[in-house]
Design a protein around this ligand. Sequence first.
Ligand SMILES: NC(=O)c1ccc[n+]([C@@H]2O[C@H](COP(=O)([O-])OP(=O)(O)OC[C@H]3O[C@@H](n4cnc5c(N)ncnc54)[C@H](O)[C@@H]3O)[C@@H](O)[C@H]2O)c1
Length: 253
Amino acid sequence: MSRFDSKVVAITGGGGGIGVAFTKRFAQEGAHVVVLDATESIVAAGVQAVEGRATGIVVDVGDETSVDNAFAQIQRRHGRLDVLVCGAGVKSMGRVAEHDLAVWKRCIDINLTGLFLCNRAASRMMLAQGGGAIVNIASVNGVRACEGMAAYNASKAGVISLTQTLACELAPMNVRVNAILPAQVETPMTAEQVGAERARREERIPMGRYGKPHEIAAAAAYLASDDASFVTGHCLATDGGYLAFGFRPQTYI
Ligand SMILES: NC(=O)c1ccc[n+]([C@@H]2O[C@H](COP(=O)([O-])OP(=O)(O)OC[C@H]3O[C@@H](n4cnc5c(N)ncnc54)[C@H](O)[C@@H]3O)[C@@H](O)[C@H]2O)c1
């Protein structure tokens, strides 16, 4: 498939666990990928994964000037932006009653405000050129509470709401905005979930396993492509059935 031939696709967190899979998938389908990530070495990891089909820019998504400069650079280098995938994010732990405010703010600044800043910058470019597609990476945690992850859950609920709002605002202007809700995926973010802890989490997923980064990338490529030309404001659970699951009885009465 080459659904992104001659398209420019920017990926925040493009050097991370799921991000590299995004970078590979869009490059395989013909895109030139702009890897946006936090450090030179992480950006290089994304760019090197698809030799010759990507360039990189170091950005702090939580910083307005850094984000605006990065998108201005994309405009200068490529003159357009067809797709933005927002995958940059951090995990954050803390129960509400004991939550440290600085920890809360860091998570919201990166996961929600950072995504807002990137969506805003991309929207401006896409409006000016007459179209585009944005895919935001939320999480099942945005709709089902995972205890002890107050800020992360709230940030991802915010991403879902922002996605729906922006989708409605931009729908008449040929810009589609959708979100993906992964459950556990095998990346550095979940690497410490091993043994009994991992088994407990897998039990909660009807398919009985963690997702692979390439499975999330396939969903992102679909939502960004013309195959999803009538899809906007949608939250695509890519979760092995996690959100469908209610309760598994021991006996059937
Ligand atoms: N791994 C999972 O189980 C899982 C599940 C649901 C949702 N997600 C979401 O998927 C996305 C990717 O997660 P991942 O598992 O690949 O994690 P990861 O830690 O491997 O990748 C996250 C990337 O975001 C980048 N990043 C963090 N802060 C940044 C900043 N201020 N500016 C620019 N870049 C920054 C990191 O450098 C990293 O490359 C995240 O938004 C995460 O919340 C992951």
